[in-house]
Design a protein around this ligand. Structure first.
Ligand code: SAH
Length: 254
């Protein structure tokens, strides 16, 4: 059989949020490639090979997947959420751009998944209902100074801001600095959502003000959304509804 490579998003956690297209590709695959915790979310199938790797070896993993497909295997690279958002799809594109000419023939497909900021937003209300941006707080692949600049400018432009990878053991200080930067640009009342492990049994949602936000409220399984100046917190018995109205700026000004 001819080899192929599909890069598939597994969504935020719940099996019901994996698209039927992704499930079909996973069932057809001879080989699965990815970070072990993501591979563990895929049901085992007899005869299917699994190639687990460390989270920080994305390019090597992408090359390995392309080599397998070039050798005639049916390969699915798995990512959490959407594979195009801070994940494996870009690494596969980079490996293809710099790889041997023979890889041009490989049938490469991308199957989208529900990314963490959309899953978190759905659980909280509609914090991303108006213009927003997404910033990855990990400085593994970019200088911290760039992250600070983007945070400042995003706050100045009054975007709602989704923060991926807010805090890890290897980078305990970054998120505290990010909060400090946001505090200089935004009022203390600005709503902040801490959405941990959404659509998993460990899910925890917390809505606080920027003044109340503490670095310890986030870990690597948390997606943080900082509201824009329009974002509103509405108390309800089931938890705070967080939303950004679509048209609340005064005509002609911000
Ligand atoms: N490709 C993924 C993002 C990978 S970066 C996606 O599209 O969602 C990993 C970061 O995503 C985590 O540090 C966290 O900020 C966020 N994340 C992933 N799954 C999550 C979940 N179920 N709940 C909250 N945040 C999540």
């Amino acid at each position: 059989m001819k080899g192929w490579l599909t890069i598939a998003g597994l969504g935020p956690g719940a099996a019901e949020l994996i698209t039927p297209q992704v499930s079909a590709a996973l069932a057809q695959a001879s080989d699965l490639v990815g970070y072990l915790p993501y591979l563990n979310r895929v049901p085992l199938r007899a005869g299917q090979q699994r190639h687990a790797s460390d989270n920080r070896e994305e390019l090597a993993r992408a090359r390995q997947a392309l080599q397998l497909a070039a050798a005639g295997r049916q390969v699915v690279v798995v990512s959490s959420g959407d594979p195009g958002v801070f994940a494996m799809e870009a690494a596969v594109c980079e490996a293809l751009e710099n790889g041997p000419a023979s890889w041009a023939e490989i049938d490469v497909r991308v199957l989208p998944g529900i990314t963490a900021m959309l899953a978190a937003s759905a659980r909280a209300g509609a914090p991303l209902g108006h213009d927003f941006c997404a910033i990855n707080l990990s400085d593994n692949l970019k200088p911290w100074a760039l992250i600070e600049r983007r945070l400042r400018l995003a706050a100045e432009a009054d975007f709602a801001i989704a923060l991926y990878n807010p805090r890890s053991k290897a980078r305990p200080q970054g998120f505290a600095r990010a909060l400090a930067i946001l505090r200089t640009a935004c009022a203390d009342e600005r709503p902040v959502l801490f959405a941990r492990a959404v659509f998993t049994p460990e899910e925890r949602l917390e809505v606080v003000t920027l003044g109340q936000a503490r670095p310890e409220m986030a870990d690597m399984r948390t997606l943080v959304i900082v509201g824009s100046s329009l974002t509103r917190m509405v108390p309800r018995p089931a938890g705070t509804l967080l939303y950004t109205p679509r048209s609340a700026y005064p005509a002609g000004g911000v």
